[in-house]
Design a protein around this ligand. Structure first.
Ligand code: NAD
Length: 444
């Protein structure tokens, strides 16, 4: 049963019928990943690219159709749109998709693979490529039944067989991406590698997760451990008791540490090397809010939010990058927020810190590329945690509905996205931001 009472009510028998009669929003409970779950339950229609069809049928053994069969329910529709040269070429694949949309399964996936529009392109090519962006974001708003639409945007030299294209396709088709909707993720390079096992892509890797005693951080620790990583969980001493519970559950170790301590980076590295012999993944998740309209902002509220949410990450990264011990395809994944992209009333301090995270990963990624490393950010929208439970009840109810999936996400939705960006297959995604917000209706 979800913490979202409204979602529970509109999916109940009598109350569900009543909600329908009244024309109220009817969010569908999302299906999340469970071990042993099949990648897709039903057939997938691949429109366009032969290479994508081969990957899905030969490598992953999915039931791939190249022409829509009448009356069949599709689990996913994948559109290969990498060779568009003029907007007029969009009509055929898009209208083919239109013909099967009403037969998309509950929780189905629409997925586009296209190329990034750049100023070097001929105007018609750029128009076609950018057109995919507008089209994809629109149909994501039309889908119902927990279905989502997302896409990959490939850099000019990136083939559809690149590890990050393959890894991302798998992530987006699966239930791991349940609350990611209306997003276009760039794949910048051919870097990265396919894991020996898709079930344990982080085997042999050591990860540190800050703010891991509860909420999203706790779920990230669970998810990275499930994917095979050895996990060090970090949180303030006041949260020490539950931190140990998490550490024991994930069979990792706990480090009580305030991330704003001047030696935080050194202590994290020292702990990871002493206890586990290496450090490969850092997830900067610790974060706080001290909301106030700017007119009422105090220096304490401004400074503490900036110190925890961004200055600590900059200092820890600097310590790791200069240590010489963070060099084996390292991964940094930072928690941003949709507030840092679209802005949010009463959160000038928080949004400055989260916008800062986005700038930081963009500028940090090139420093890691020589080691085959990446830095990326995940920007959650409304996620059901203790942080959002503190929002006044009415505002909270409204905030939950303001996205295409008409509900809040769960910590695990953010955790799955972090795990994907931390995985070997995501090596070609550098300095990017992936939103986990159910396609928030406000902002971009
Ligand atoms: P939460 O408040 O439930 O948990 C945050 C954890 O960070 C706590 O365990 C806390 O003790 C720890 N922490 C705080 N300051 C610390 C410090 N100085 N050193 C070490 N640990 C510290 O928050 P959450 O909702 O799980 O959020 C996790 C991250 O996701 C944050 O960065 C937050 O800004 C971001 N985020 C959350 C949402 C949401 O809807 N919940 C939305 C967007 C972004």
């Amino acid at each position: 049963m979800s913490a979202d009472t409204y979602l529970n009510l509109v999916n109940g028998g009598f109350t569900g019928k009543l909600a329908k009669q009244l024309g109220l929003p009817q969010p569908t409970p999302l299906r999340r990943f469970q071990e042993g779950q099949a990648l897709l339950d039903g057939p997938v229609l691949v429109i366009g690219d032969d290479e994508l069809a081969r990957l899905l049928s030969a490598d992953w053994d999915l039931d791939v159709h190249r022409v829509a069969a009448p009356d069949l329910r599709y689990s996913a529709v994948v559109l290969g749109l990498t060779s568009l040269t003029h907007p007029s070429e969009l009509a055929a694949p898009v209208l083919e998709l239109a013909g099967v949309l009403k037969r998309l399964a509950r929780g189905g996936r629409v997925f586009t693979v296209s190329r990034a529009a750049t100023s070097d392109d001929a105007p018609a090519v750029a128009a076609a490529r950018q057109g995919v962006d507008g089209f994809l974001r629109s149909i994501a708003k039309e889908l119902r039944g927990g279905a989502t639409a997302n896409g990959l945007v490939l850099g000019s030299d990136v083939p559809v067989t690149a590890p990050s294209v393959v890894g991302a396709l798998r992530f987006f088709l699966s239930t791991r991406s349940a609350f990611v909707d209306g997003q276009l993720l760039e794949v910048d390079s051919l870097a990265g590698s396919l894991p020996a096992s898709w079930d344990r892509p982080l085997a042999g890797r050591v990860a540190v997760v800050t703010g891991a005693a509860r909420g999203i951080g706790e779920s990230i620790a669970d998810t990275l451990a499930r994917d095979g990583a050895t996990v060090v969980v970090v949180d303030v001493p006041a949260a020490g008791e539950h931190l140990v519970v998490v550490a024991n559950r994930v069979r990792g170790t706990a480090l009580q540490l305030d991330v704003t301590a001047p030696d935080a980076g050194a202590r994290i590295l020292e702990h990871a090397l002493a206890r586990h012999g290496r450090l490969d993944i850092v997830v900067h998740n610790a974060g706080i809010t001290r909301d106030k309209l700017l007119a009422n902002m105090t220096p304490e509220k401004w400074d503490s939010v900036l110190a925890v949410n961004i200055a600590s990450q900059l200092a820890i990264n600097e310590a790791l990058l200069t240590s010489g011990d963070f060099t084996d395809a390292p991964r940094i994944v930072s928690l941003a927020s949709t507030s840092g992209i679209a802005g949010n009333r009463g959160q000038a301090n928080y949004a400055a810190s989260k916008g800062g995270v986005i700038g930081m990963v963009r500028a940090t990624a090139p420093l890691l590329e020589v080691f085959g490393g990446t830095a990326n950010a995940v920007a959650p929208g409304f996620i059901e945690t203790e942080m959002t439970a503190r929002i006044p009840a009415v505002t909270r109810q409204v905030a939950r509905r303001l996205n295409s999936l008409q509900q809040g996400g769960l910590p695990v939705d953010v955790a799955e996205t972090v795990a994907f960006l931390a995985s070997p297959a995501a090596g070609g995604i550098v300095g990017r931001v992936l939103r986990v917000c159910g396609q928030n209706l406000v902002g971009r």
